[in-house]
Structure formats: C-alpha cells, structure tokens
Design a protein around this ligand. Structure first.
Ligand code: PGA
Ligand code: ZN
Length: 412
C-alpha cells in the first residue's frame, strides 16, 4: 500500500473564470493524484460551503499548516483521510476548511492510490467486477442562474439518448441534437447569436414553453421520437424562482407567478407534454411533500432531487421516508469529501434511489467524476454536451469503453 509522501495545493480557475483550488497528492514519491474543485451557481441552501468566507486562499493556508497530518497515511485509506479533514473542521458543512478542499484532497488521494495499484480510478472506488455506463445527459438549452436576461426561467433543458446501446452512440446522439437545435434556433430568430450558458447549452431569448417546443423539434428533425431514441429532461432549479415572502414561484422573465399547486401542475404539464424522462428540482428545495406528489404521479420517470437533497445522506433519508423522489443527484462537492459522497451513494443504492452523478456549472477539465459515476452505479452522468470542461468527462467515458470490466449501458 502506498503512503502519502506530499500534499500541496494551488489556486487555479474554473470554467467560469472564478478562483478555485487544485490539490496534488503524491504517494511513495511518485504516484500523483491531481484534482481541481468545481463550484455551482445555483447552490443549495444546505450544501457544503465551497471556501471559508468565500476565500480559496484560506483553504490553502489551512492545508499547508496541516499537511503533516496527511503525510504517512495510506492514500487508499479514504476514511482515514476523511477523518483527518474532519479533525480540522467539525462543522456540518465544511465552513471552516471549505468543501472544495475536502473534495480535492479526497479524490486526489484516491487517484494517487489507484495509480499506485496500477488500476483505473473506478476500480479503486468499487470492488464490483462488472460495470455499466451511465447514460450521459446534458444541457442543450439553458436559462435561470446559468444565462442572462431574456433566456428561459427554467435552468436547463437536457438531452439523453435513452435508446442508445453504446456509450459512443449516446454521446454522438446528444451532440447531434445540440447541433440541430442551433439550426432550429437560428430559424426561429435570425439574430440568434449562438450564445451559450455556463454549461454549454444554447442561451436564446425565449420563454420556457417555446424553448421546450424547439428542443423537441430539434429531436424530431433528426427523425427521433421523444421517449424512444432520445428523451428530454428538465432541471427546473425551482429554488431560483421560489419567493419565500410571497410563498410563490416568481417567473420574472416569462412574467407569471405560480402558487404551490400551480407549480406542481406547471411541472406535470411539461413532463407529460414533452414526455420527459427526467425532472429535477421541479419544486423548491424544502418542498418535500410537493416533490412526493410528483413522484407518485410519475413513477416511471426520474423525479430527481438536487438542491432538495444536496448529496446529504441524512436529507436523503428524510426524502426516502417521505417518498419525495425516486432519483438523486450526486455532486461530490455538495457533500464535501468523497467519503461523504460514497456513503450517500450507498444509502441511495440500498433504497432504490437512482443516482445521477453530476458536474457543476463552474467546472474544471478533470474527469474523475466519470469514474465516480461508474463506481456508484449511477444511471446517468450529467456532464453537459459541449465545452472543453464538459467534453473532458465524455471523452473519459470513451477511453473507458476500451476496458473489459465495463459492458453496456445502465438500465434506467
Ligand atoms: P450548479 O448547477 O452547478 O450551478 O448548481 C447545476 C444544477 O443545478 O444541476
Ligand atoms: Zn440542479
């Protein structure tokens, strides 16, 4: 077993141009694990804090002061490394050291361990002997917190090639829909600038329904039937619209407001009309009962909690007890450490909650989450369709398709 011989961090930038931390963990002086932390824009109330007082420099200072505590630990001892981080920060949300640091230290250590063992990262993360590819699901049209005025209030319209039999075909199909949607948008508005939001989805001046109609049209133009070769998904990211004082969802851009009941109907109409396979955060992050209503109504689609669950196993347990969702987003940095995230994945898998391992809107060009998606038996991998930091994750899946232990696509 390899032992950590050095641990160091540096400041880098994420895809949004914001400062973040990268951590190098070396074992036995030669096996380097290197991880750069992502960060979100539509951040859940209860997720891990990225940096203490918003300062990545502070996370690095703490790492430097305490680096000796990690030296000599086995790089594969995820629990030991997690416990060492927790000894520096006993808060529930990593407010003292920053969840980004916990993310980078734990994944970099595990990557270093996998190199020392001569394995792929997904093998170090799971003792399974066979794996299936999660279906890539990616943003084709964006608004909300990821794009500017005039774009839809809905944060993300997503494509997933649910009929694909191979990872190559699923990636190619998603790309073709993204490409065709540009043509459709240009036809709709000759002045469309081809502008894109933070995750690579097109960012046109359109209201919600029209954006969905044109996304469906792009699929149909390619000869696809919704719900067959391809399916649409939506991340409503409804906490962005939720106005606590009014007790209503305020759709600023489209110019209407929804009561709680109207919001459920609004989401249900979209799910039915566009035959969605996937509906994320259709109600706000504390509306467990309203989510339960949608989960009961749509048992066959992935009714997914992101801001609702924030990759927190205790909140997931609450959601399971109230039957609030049948699927959950796994974002390691929402939880903080990889250890926290894998514990969360265990709870989900033991309770038939389907996992979707996800990127953040502010990403690095790393691709460890593709391995995390495989190892956690995720049904989908939500990593976007285009953009260097998104394609990096998809390209890693293509490399992994050469591996004998992975065969076929997950069953959604
Ligand atoms: P975020 O968005 O990374 O900005 O939180 C992604 C999402 O809401 O799924
Ligand atoms: Zn989301």
């Amino acid at each position: 077993m390899a032992k950590i011989s050095s641990i160091e961090g540096r400041i880098l930038y994420n895809s949004r141009g914001s400062k973040t931390v990268e951590v190098d963990v070396e074992s036995d002086g030669k096996f380097l694990g290197r991880v750069c932390a992502p960060s979100g824009a539509s951040v859940g109330k209860y997720e891990a804090v990225s940096f203490p007082n918003g300062k990545p420099e502070e996370s690095l200072r703490i790492l430097k002061e305490n680096s000796q505590k990690f030296i000599g630990l086995e790089s594969s001892d995820l629990k030991g490394i997690h416990d060492t981080l927790k000894s520096l920060d006993s808060s529930s949300n990593y407010s003292k050291i920053g969840g980004a640091l916990a993310f980078a230290v734990t994944i970099a250590s595990t990557e270093s361990a996998s190199k020392a063992a001569g394995q792929q990262l997904f093998q170090t993360l799971s003792s399974d002997t066979s794996f299936r590819f999660p279906f890539p699901i990616g943003n084709i049209l964006g608004g909300g917190a990821h794009a500017g005025p005039g774009t839809p209030d809905i944060q993300e319209i997503l494509i997933c090639a649910t009929g694909s039999k191979t990872i190559e075909d699923s990636i190619e199909t998603n790309l073709s829909v993204h490409r065709e949607l540009r043509r459709v948008l240009e036809k709709e508005d000759p002045n469309f600038t081809n502008g894109r939001g933070d995750e690579g989805g097109w960012a046109p001046k359109l209201e919600n329904q029209r954006a969905l109609e044109l996304s469906a049209k792009a699929c149909e133009n390619l000869g696809f039937t919704l719900g067959k070769e391809v399916s649409l998904g939506v991340d409503f990211a409804s906490s962005t619209q939720w106005n606590e004082e009014k007790g209503k969802y305020v759709y600023d851009r489209a110019g209407f407001e929804n009561s709680t009941g109207e919001q459920i109907d609004f989401a249900a109409d979209i799910i039915e009309k566009f035959k969605l396979v996937y509906a994320e955060d259709a109600v706000h992050e504390e509306a467990f009962e309203d989510m339960a209503e949608l989960t009961t109504k749509f048992p066959d689609i992935l009714v997914t909690g992101d801001d609702l669950i924030v990759t927190n196993k205790d909140i997931l347990t609450k959601a399971i007890n109230s039957k609030s969702c049948n699927a959950a987003i796994l974002k390691v940095n929402q939880a903080g450490s990889l250890y926290d995230a894998l514990e969360f994945a265990n709870v989900a898998n033991q309770n038939n909650i389907r996992l979707i391992t996800s990127h953040r809107s502010g990403e690095s060009t790393d691709s460890q989450i593709s391995h995390i998606g495989l190892a956690t038996k995720s049904k989908m991998l939500k990593v976007g369709v285009v953009g260097g930091e998104r394609v990096a994750k998809l390209n890693e899946l293509l490399r992994l398709s050469e591996h004998d232990l992975i065969c076929g696509m997950a069953e959604i």
